[in-house]
Design a protein around this ligand. Structure first.
Ligand SMILES: [Ca+2]
Ligand SMILES: [Ca+2]
Ligand SMILES: [Ca+2]
Ligand SMILES: [Ca+2]
Length: 328
């Protein structure tokens, strides 16, 4: 199904940009052990998935409703769109469930990229009214118009699941609005340990499991340290591990302008000079060389950042900006 959503993009959409940042809390209560809380959280989440069905409208907005006694609705836990990702943190393997309502057709962000997302966040508090179990799905935050988020600055549950989706396409309209099509849409069920845990925030009690319906409209590759190497390449071999820190100064490579601490900026180490006629000019090797040489440039574009020994192509080579042995 092809959905067309028209959205007015206005300046100032950065309002609320940090609203999902975990260090933005107002109050905290004494921390309980993560494993003890997680045991309770995952029970509540799985019970919710077992006892509710979802309706999805034409714009992929979702409503979760408790299945009435004898109801024939399909519980979320039985939907083929339900997937989960295991996330290791706090010496726990968290299970993060998400509904992949539509994957999207474009690129996927990594957890060090920036994303343009519209979302609705609600809690799922379980309680009892007149002896009947109820689930309060209070909405604590909603952005119908998308806003940009750096995935390295949001709660862990987001950073892990948003990259499981892809962006779509977009086009400009004559009236200045932008239409997005075929973007990724999902719902994620985040245990409190991967959200705000013992922090109390507006509309969110301590130890709240959070549910987000999100639409991944667009993304931007980031280069945090502006050394010309995308953060996704500097992060390390796996986003399921901590980022690499070549020189061990507690600043990961993707935030470090001199990754090997040899006193020469990474940006300088990926530069080279070439002759343009009689004029010496400077250019920069990309992390990976181009597949095809561009005949318009006076150098070989298939070369990426070389190793000390002049290997320009082996994908696993130790690139020279990470090898202080190159300098002397
Ligand atoms: Ca960089
Ligand atoms: Ca470092
Ligand atoms: Ca760097
Ligand atoms: Ca260096």
């Amino acid at each position: 199904m092809k959905s067309l959503i028209k959205i007015v993009l206005v300046l100032g959409l950065f309002i609320g940009f940090y609203s999902c940042q975990p260090d933005d809390s107002t109050t905290i209560v004494p921390a309980r052990p993560y494993d003890e809380v997680y045991e309770e959280d995952i029970l509540k989440i799985e019970e919710f998935l077992d006892t509710h069905y979802v309706t999805v409208d034409a714009d992929f907005n979702t409503v979760f409703t408790k299945i009435p006694d004898g109801g024939a609705q399909v519980p979320v836990s039985d939907m083929p769109e339900l997937e989960f990702k295991e996330v290791d943190l706090h010496d726990i393997t968290y299970k993060v469930y998400y509904l992949k309502l539509r994957e999207g057709i474009g690129e996927s962000p990594t957890r060090v990229d920036s994303t343009l997302v519209a979302y609705k966040g609600n809690t799922i508090y379980k309680g009892t009214v007149d002896g009947v179990t109820v689930y309060d799905q209070s909405v604590f935050e909603e952005n119908v118009n998308p806003i940009w988020f750096n995935l390295d600055g949001v709660i862990k549950g987001w950073a892990e699941i948003i990259p499981q989706f892809k962006v779509g396409t977009y086009s400009s309209n004559p009236d200045g609005t932008i239409s997005f099509q075929d973007f990724g849409v999902g719902v994620v069920f985040i245990p409190s340990g991967l959200a705000y845990f013992n922090s109390i925030r507006p509309g969110i009690q301590a130890y709240s499991n959070l549910v987000f319906n999100f639409k991944l409209y667009n993304m931007r590759r980031m280069d945090h340290d502006r050394d010309g190497i995308l953060s996704m390449y500097e992060y390390g071999p796996s986003f399921d591990q901590d980022p690499i820190d070549t020189d061990g100064d507690d600043r990961p490579d993707y935030l470090d302008v001199d990754d090997d601490a040899d006193g020469v900026l990474t940006k300088t180490e990926r530069s080279f000079t070439y002759l343009d006629g009689t004029v010496t000019k400077t250019a920069y090797y990309p992390y990976f060389g181009a597949l095809v040489d561009d005949a318009a440039t006076p150098y070989d574009d298939t070369r990426g950042i070389p190793s000390c020994s002049g290997d320009f192509t082996t994908p696993t080579r130790l690139r020279r900006h990470l090898d202080p042995a190159c300098r002397n």
